[in-house]
Design a protein around this ligand. Sequence first.
Ligand code: PMP
Length: 437
Amino acid sequence: NATPNDMRAFWMPFTANRQFKKEPRLFVGAKDMYYTTHDGRTVLDGTAGLWCVNAGHCRPKITEAIRQQAGELDYAPAFQLGHPKAFELANRLIDIAPEGMGHVLYTNSGSESVETALKVALAYQRVKGQGSRTRLIGRERGYHGVNFGGISVGGIVANRKMFGTLLTGVDHMPHTHNLAKNAFTRGMPEHGGDLATELERIVTLHDASTIAAVIVEPVAGSTGVLIPPKGYLQKLREICTKHGILLIFDEVITGFGRLGAPFAAQYFDVKPDIITTAKGLTNGVIPMGAVFVTNEIHDAFMTGPEHMIEFFHGYTYSGNPIASAAALGTLDTYREEGLLTRAAELAGYWEDALHSLKDCPNVIDIRNIGLIGAIELEPIAGEPTKRAFSAFLKAYEKGLLIRTTGDIIALSPPLIIEKAQIDELFTKLRDVLMNNI
Ligand code: PMP
C-alpha cells in the first residue's frame, strides 16, 4: 500500500480525497466487472469507474488497439494535418448518432466538450446574423464539468461561488427533482412537464432574441440521478425550436449505452442541436470527448470563403491517434457485445433489484432509469454527506464500489454486468445499509 507520505504531492481538492490521504485505499488492478485492491481483494465495480468504463475493465480489443497504435503513429498535429483513425472514428460515431447529426469535434474530456458546445452555440448564432443571442440557460443541479463555462451554466452554487462573475447572462431553470423526491418512482415520473414552462418564463423575461442556447443533462447524474418526468425533454425541445434557441444535451454520462440506446436523444426520442460526450467514448481508458452537431450547424460555418471562418477552436490533442484507436476499439466492443442496447434488456431486472432496498433504514427515495440507480439517504442533521460516505467506506470493505454525492448513492455498473452480479451488488448493498450509521 502507499503511505500518506507517498501521496504528499498529489492534490485533488475534494473532501473524500483528503480522507484517503490519511488512510490510502488503492486500486492496483482491474478486469471486467472487478477491481483489485492493494491488499489483494476484489471489488465489484458498481459505478463503471466514474460512469465511464461502460464495456468493463481491461477489455482485450481496446487494450490491443492502444498497443498497436502506440507503435505505429503516436501523434499527428491536429491543427494542420489529420490521420485516418480520426476520420474513421468520426464516421463510425455518426453511424450511431441521432439522424441529422453528421459532424463531430474532438475534445479531451467532458468539461472540454461542454466548453466546445457552448462556444459552437454562441458562434453559430453570430454566423447566422443573430449576434444578440448571447445568453445561456442551464438548470439548477445541472453538472457540466469544472471549467469556467461549465460551472457558469452548471447549477451547483457551491462550485461557482469562489470564482466571481464567470459567464454573465446565464439563467438556471428549476430541476425536475423537486417533483420526484420521496416518491420511490420506478423509471420516469408521470407528471412534471409543466416545469418546462419555467423555460418559457425565462425566455419571456429576457426576450428570445437574446438567448443562444439551453443546456441540460437528459438525466442529471453527478448531482444525484434526477430523472426527467415524461414529456419534459420534448417540451424543452418545442420551446427552443419555437424561439430559435439551440438545445444542447450534455450526454457525458448518458452517451454510449447507459440508458439502453446509443444516446439519450434516441432513448427519449428528442433531437437536440448539439450533444456533448466523453467518458464511454473510450471506455474511460484514455481521455477523449466528442461533440456532435447537426448538419445545419456545421454547414452554417462552412458556407463563407475558407479564410473567413473566424471560429477558432480545437485542442493539441483533438483526435489524438491513440485516443482515436482506443475509441474505435471501444466501439467495436460495444457492437460485438450488443452493449449499446444491453441496458434496455437489463433495466427491468435492475429496477426490481434496486427497489428491493426500499425497506432499508434511512432510505428516503429510490430512482432508476436504464442502468442507473440512486438511493437517497436521510441526512444526519448538521452532517450532510456523512451517512452516504459511511456507506461508501463499508461497501468498499465488503467488496463493492459505489459512488456518493451528498447523501445520495449513485449506481451505474459497466454494461457487461450479469444478472448474478446485479444480485451480488444489491446483496452487498443491503448488508451495508442494514448496518450503516
Ligand atoms: N458533463 C457531465 C454531464 C458530467 O457528468 C461530467 C463528469 N461527471 C462532465 C460534464 C465533466 O466531465 P470530465 O470530468 O471528463 O471533465
